[in-house]
Ligand binder design. Structure first.
Ligand code: AMP
Ligand code: MG
Length: 357
């Protein structure tokens, strides 16, 4: 999908119409059940330019508020190029990416990695430690086994057990710019932080290009900036994990929200749902939560933590959030919604119930 919308020339009324078009786009994405939505505000002002492309196996939307069409289009294009660059480094499904090369080599010898992979490795190990290993960047063998988008039948217990034994972030040694994996068959998968990192990088590129306000939305990982600059905060919605509509709305000038959910990628077998977030302790899709959202300033952390807290489930997840002062919201498998203290006190959030907006 490749679409850009912008109307500016006719002034405020048309600009407002263009901004509202973003809301329709949001509705479609939510209807498709694939992402946490962005409600683009409908106030008058400079034009809103928006483009959606399919990259990293999902739909990515970039919205910027700009007075010059050329600058907007060029900035959006460069931000997408940056995300494409990341896909070619981080995908475990392509053989020639830096991560695939690392996965083939680092069990035998320490591998010198780029500064970017070094930082991502460091960040992923930090998120693993903050979630008691529920987020585990060495989840590779289990992700490869479950291959959720292709499977129709779950793997055998024996296969799960074997793959599970290979997953353990404590087997990773990061020394300077060298990565060593002390485990046969243990491999990285940065799928739990890659989209958030992509949102961070895309925002950095937009800012370098002179854009002062915008939204980057990589499936469930959304980062906004410049709400104050455009005179009105961004309005974000958190999708109901079961059915249409939103469970909460929030206002944000600058920051991010990441949502992990069991409704994003899954198959059903004999009445059970098997989704894409795997509990490294059991080797099976994590039980206990339907969706977890984490709010903060950097998407790479929000993304990783949302995945980790999803695995921990409502009780342990909420406890960790509160201990660490993290803003987040968990919908348990009982359908009950729980908010962390930092979310209640530090954000402008309004619960809508599970009714459609
Ligand atoms: P997210 O949608 O951000 O929660 O990330 C889900 C993706 O992260 C999956 O598609 C896997 O690639 C990867 N993943 C699954 N389970 C875990 C886990 N326990 N820790 C880290 N990454 C995971
Ligand atoms: Mg994540």
């Amino acid at each position: 999908m490749n679409r850009i919308t912008a109307v500016r020339e006719r002034g405020a009324a048309r600009a407002a119409k263009s901004a509202c078009a973003g809301t329709g786009h949001f509705a479609r994405l939510v209807a498709a059940g694939i992402m946490l939505g962005v409600l683009v505000g409908c106030s008058a002002g400079p034009a809103t330019f928006e483009e959606t492309r399919s990259l990293m196996g999902t739909y990515i939307s970039i919205t910027v508020v700009e007075t010059e069409r050329n600058r907007a289009e060029q900035a959006i294009d460069k931000a997408f190029s940056e995300i494409r660059r990341l896909e070619h480094i981080l995908s475990i499904w392509q053989e020639d990416t830096e991560i695939s090369l690392l996965n083939r080599t680092a069990q035998r010898v320490p591998v010198q990695v780029s500064e970017e992979i070094r930082r991502l490795t460091e960040t992923s190990l930090e998120v693993a430690a903050r979630t008691d290993g529920a987020f585990d960047p060495t989840i590779g063998p289990l992700v490869a086994l479950w291959k959720i988008t292709k499977r129709k039948v779950p793997p055998s217990d024996e296969e799960v057990l074997q793959a599970r034994r290979q997953v353990d972030y404590r087997k990773v040694d990061l020394e300077g710019d060298r990565v060593k994996i002390n485990g046969e068959g243990t491999t990285f998968d940065f799928g739990g932080i890659a989209k958030g990192y992509a949102a961070d990088r895309a925002v950095a590129v937009l800012k370098q290009e002179g854009i002062r306000a915008g939204i980057v939305s990589v499936a469930g990982d959304i980062r906004v900036f410049g709400g104050a600059d455009r005179g009105t905060p961004w309005k974000l919605g958190i999708q109901n994990p079961r059915g249409p509509g939103l469970i909460a709305r929030l206002l944000m000038d600058d920051g991010c929200i990441s949502t992990s959910g069991d409704y994003e990628r899954y198959f059903e077998y004999e009445g059970r749902r098997y989704h894409h977030i795997i509990d490294p302790r059991t080797g099976y899709p994590a039980a206990g939560a339907r969706s977890v959202s984490v709010l903060g300033t950097e998407s790479v952390y929000c993304d990783g933590l949302a995945t980790g807290f999803f695995v921990l489930g409502p009780d342990a997840g909420l406890a960790r959030m509160n201990e660490q002062g993290i803003a987040g919201l968990i919908v348990g498998s009982d359908g009950k919604l729980r908010m962390s203290r930092a979310l209640e006190t530090g954000y402008r959030i309004e619960l809508t119930g599970s009714d459609p907006p």
